[in-house]
Design a protein around this ligand. Structure first.
Ligand code: 5GP
Length: 194
């Protein structure tokens, strides 16, 4: 059986990675499995443990680092986030295409670590900085201070796109999702023809 792809969707904070991911995952023909991350962040309103994230204590997160359980991990605005390593590998070995939606430092770690040609790296950008700011403010899930921090971070992260195989502009959810779906379909085809 062919090893599945490892699809990395990254981009500045607030660009809308999560929204696109939810659309893309619904396309059954892509054979995607979303890699659920571990985080020390508290759950937001409707988030469910084991669905959106594995919500863990700082101690438990550290234990997972010590045991080398993460493919990558990073701190983001005061919280830690990590991708469980064995889960990703097992699923890829079962032929599933694994989908990571992660911030930029973590994405860089994965791209440096996983060198096989099944890696598909996609950088999502907003149509403009104003659009990014509007999105972050609209979310209303964080305090003013956290919003400001996320915004500053998002702006400084915009110039990272050259490390990625694909850059997609998130102008409209449907259009951008379709562009990413098309990229994934092409790469699935190439992977099968190998
Ligand atoms: P949020 O707190 O808004 O859910 O996530 C903050 C940022 O962390 C987002 O950019 C999200 O994509 C990213 N993120 C989520 N899970 C992981 C992970 O496992 N590793 C890394 N490096 N970033 C993650």
């Amino acid at each position: 059986m062919k090893k599945g792809l490892l699809i990395i969707l990254s981009g500045p904070s607030g660009v809308g990675k999560g929204t696109l991911r939810k659309h893309i995952i619904k396309d059954r023909s892509l054979n995607l499995v979303y890699s659920i991350s571990m985080t020390t962040r508290a759950p937001r309103n409707r988030e469910v443990d084991g669905v959106d994230y594995y919500f863990v204590s700082k101690e438990e997160f550290q234990r997972n680092i010590d045991r080398d359980n993460f493919l990558e991990h990073a701190e983001f605005v005061g919280n830690r986030y990590g991708t469980p390593k064995s889960y990703v590998e097992d699923l890829r070995n079962q032929g599933k295409n694994v989908f990571l939606e992660i911030e930029i430092k973590g994405a860089t770690q994965v791209m440096n670590k996983v060198k096989d040609d099944g890696v598909v790296s996609i950088f999502l950008v907003p149509p403009s900085l104003e659009a990014l700011e509007a999105r972050i403010r609209k979310r209303k899930t964080e305090s003013d201070e956290v919003i400001k921090e996320r915004l500053a971070k998002g702006k400084s992260e915009m110039n990272q796109s050259s490390n990625y195989q694909y850059v997609v502009v998130n102008d409209r959810v449907k259009r951008a999702s379709n562009e990413i779906i098309k990229i994934i379909k092409e790469r699935i085809k190439q992977n099968e023809e190998k």
